[in-house]
Design a protein around this ligand. Structure first.
Ligand SMILES: [Zn+2]
Length: 389
C-alpha cells in the first residue's frame, strides 16, 4: 500500500502544479476540468490494479514540462525497481520522444532507457542508447562503463577496444583497467593460434593503458616461461609483486621455477625472504623454511617455523609444520597419528575457498580474472587470515 501511495506522488505533484498554474490562468477552465476527469480516471485505474491503463492516463495528464520531468523519472525508476520494466520503458520512451525536452533531461531519459534495456537483457538496444551519450559530460563515463559491461557479457572484446579513444580521453582508471583486460582476452585468443608475437604486442598494449594490470604481466610471464626465456619470465613475475603483493602469492611456485631454471636458487630465497617479511604470507614462509632446512638443517627450520606460527598462526602453516614432523617420525604410532592429523587438516582446507573477491567478497576455490559475481576484473585473490595466507 505504501508503494501505491508513492506511485501516486508524481500524479499529485503534477496535478498540484497544473492546478496551481490554472489558478493563475483563470480562463483555462476547460483544461482544468479535462485534467480533473483524467486524474480521477487515473486514480481509479491505479486503485483497481489496472496499472497499464493508469500509466496511459498519467502520461496524458502529466504534460512533460520542466516541473513534471522529475516526477516522470521518479515514476519510471519506481517501476524499474519493482521489476516492471515494460512500464519503466514506456515512461522513459515517452520522455525521449518529447520534442521540447531540454537537452540535459533528454540525455537523462536516454541514459535511463539504456538501463531499462540492459535490465531486460536487450543488449543491442541498450548499446544504441549508451552510444548516443559518449560525448555527454554527465553521462559519458557512466555510459562507457555500461557499454564495456555489455561487451564483457557478449565477449565482444574488439568492440570495447574500438572505444579506446574515448576511454583514454576519460582518464577513468576503472575503464582503462577494463580496456587492458579486453586486450588480455584478445591475447589469449591469439595464444590459442600460436601467434606469439601478436600476443606480446597485445599484452604490451594492455600494460600501456593500465600499468598495474597483473594479468598482462602474468600472461606475458607464462609465454616467456613456455619458451624457456626464464629471465624475462622472472622479471614479469617480479613486476606482479610490485603491482599487487596480494595476487603475487599465487605465482610463488612459478617464479621459483624460473629462478631454479636459471640456477639462482640463493637469489630466490633472498627474494622470498623479502616477500615474507613484507607480506607475512604462509606461501612465502613455507618456501623460506625449505631454504633454512637445506642450509641449516631441520632442527633450525622447525624452530623458525614454530616461532613464526606463534606470532602469526595459519592452518596451512600448521599443516606444513606437521609435515615436517611426519618426515622425521619414521614408521610407528607417532607417524600414524601425525599422518591422520595431516589428512584431517587437508580435508578441512579443501572445503575452504582459496580465493575471495576484494570487491564483493565472493568466495571461490577457482581463480577467475573476472569475478563471477560482480564481474570486476582482477579482484579475485588468495584469501588472507587464519584459513588462508
Ligand atoms: Zn566480485
Amino acid at each position: 500500500m505504501l508503494e501505491l501511495l508513492f506511485l501516486l506522488l508524481p500524479v499529485v505533484a503534477g496535478y498540484s502544479w497544473f492546478m496551481g498554474r490554472n489558478s493563475i490562468k483563470q480562463n483555462d477552465q476547460s483544461a482544468k476540468q479535462d485534467l480533473s476527469i483524467k486524474y480521477s480516471k487515473g486514480l481509479n485505474y491505479l486503485l483497481s490494479n489496472q496499472q497499464d491503463k493508469a500509466i496511459e492516463y498519467l502520461l496524458e495528464t502529466l504534460k512533460v514540462e520542466n516541473d513534471s520531468v522529475e516526477a516522470h523519472f521518479a515514476m519510471a525508476n519506481l517501476f524499474r525497481r519493482r521489476g516492471e520494466l515494460d512500464r519503466a520503458l514506456k515512461v522513459h520512451e515517452h520522455l525521449v520522444r518529447h520534442a521540447n525536452l531540454p537537452a540535459k533531461d533528454k540525455q537523462h531519459a536516454i541514459f535511463e532507457l539504456g538501463k531499462d534495456f540492459l535490465s531486460a537483457g536487450l543488449y543491442d538496444r541498450a548499446e544504441k542508447m549508451f552510444s548516443k551519450l559518449l560525448k555527454s559530460k554527465r553521462f559519458g563515463v557512466k555510459s562507457l562503463t555500461y557499454l564495456l559491461q555489455i561487451y564483457q557479457s557478449t565477449k565482444d572484446w574488439q568492440q570495447g577496444i574500438d572505444l579506446k579513444k574515448v576511454i583514454i580521453k576519460s582518464k577513468d582508471k576503472k575503464l582503462l583497467h577494463s580496456l587492458a583486460n579486453f586486450y588480455c582476452e584478445l591475447a589469449i585468443q591469439a595464444c590459442t593460434k600460436d601467434e606469439f608475437i601478436l600476443v606480446i604486442e597485445l599484452l604490451e598494449q594492455a600494460l600501456t593503458y593500465d600499468a598495474n594490470s597483473c594479468r598482462a604481466n602474468f600472461l606475458m610471464a607464462e609465454i616467456y616461461e613456455d619458451h624457456q626465456q626464464y629471465n624475462e619470465a622472472a622479471q614479469c613475475y617480479k613486476d606482479i609483486y610490485q603491482q599487487d603483493d596480494d595476487f603475487f602469492l599465487d605465482v610463488i611456485d612459478k617464479i621459483e621455477h624460473c629462478y631454479l631454471a636459471l640456477n639462482l636458487q640463493d637469489d630466490f630465497f633472498v627474494f622470498i625472504k623479502q616477500v615474507y617479511d613484507k607480506t607475512g604470507s604462509t606461501s612465502a614462509l613455507i618456501k623460506y623454511i625449505t631454504y633454512i632446512e637445506q642450509k641449516k638443517g631441520r632442527g633450525k627450520a622447525k624452530e623458525y617455523m614454530l616461532i613464526t606460527l606463534k606470532k602469526r598462526p595459519t592452518i596451512r602453516g600448521f599443516k606444513h609444520f606437521i609435515k615436517m614432523q611426519i618426515d622425521e617420525a619414521g614408521q610407528g604410532k607417532q607417524y600414524e597419528s601425525l599422518d591422520m592429523m595431516s589428512k584431517l587438516i587437508a580435508a578441512y582446507l579443501k572445503e575452504k575457498p582459496r580465493y575471495s573477491c576484494r570487491n564483493c567478497g565472493f568466495n571461490t576455490s577457482t581463480h577467475y580474472w573476472s569475478c563471477p559475481s560482480c564481474h570486476d576484473w582482477e579482484q579475485i585473490k588468495p584469501v588472507r587470515g587464519l584459513e588462508g595466507e
